[in-house]
Design a protein around this ligand. Structure first.
Ligand code: DAT
Ligand code: MG
Length: 139
């Protein structure tokens, strides 16, 4: 059964450039309710585990370096059809291919540093949310 939650990270580049407020404003204006949220920094082991599905890819080392170089904003978001609607809001993985008005089109520099994460399935939304938050941190 489809759930109504997704998981997101505002990645280190978005935090470094001061885009937290603008991105959260866009997320809220698009009808997502914040269920959980914190500023945190992933360790190398965290990033390797979170992105384990990509560990054979040529960009894996760079991805781990990037995701651990500074703080991120981790959040769980609630909305009808949350996973799919949030993927639409963030746009394509490569900002060069992202639709006008999407978060990646507005704020991402490159495919490697693409500003924001969005879960790609309901199962992964639950796994990724639980990776970052305990039950007492979800509201
Ligand atoms: P998404 O974040 O859109 O779900 P993904 O799951 O395929 O994309 O990849 C995870 C992250 O890995 C992505 O946000 C940025 C990085 N990445 C993906 N493809 C890449 C590539 N060809 N070169 C560099 N980094 C890449
Ligand atoms: Mg993905």
């Amino acid at each position: 059964m489809a759930t109504n939650r997704t998981f997101t990270m505002l990645k280190p580049d978005a935090v470094e450039k001061g885009h937290i407020g603008a991105i959260l404003e866009k997320i809220s204006a698009s009808g997502f309710r914040i269920v959980a949220m914190k500023l945190t920094q992933m360790t190398k082991a965290d990033a390797q585990a979170f992105y384990a599905i990509h560990n054979e890819r040529p960009f894996f080392g760079e991805l781990v370096e990037y995701m651990t170089r500074g703080p991120i904003v981790a959040a769980i978001l609630e909305k009808d059809n949350a996973v799919e609607d949030f993927r639409t809001l963030i746009g394509a993985t490569n900002p060069a291919d992202a639709a006008e008005g999407t978060i990646r089109k507005l704020y991402a520099a490159s495919i490697g540093e693409n500003a924001v994460h969005g879960s790609d399935s309901d199962d992964n939304a639950a796994i990724e949310g639980a990776f970052h938050f305990s039950g007492r941190e979800m509201f």
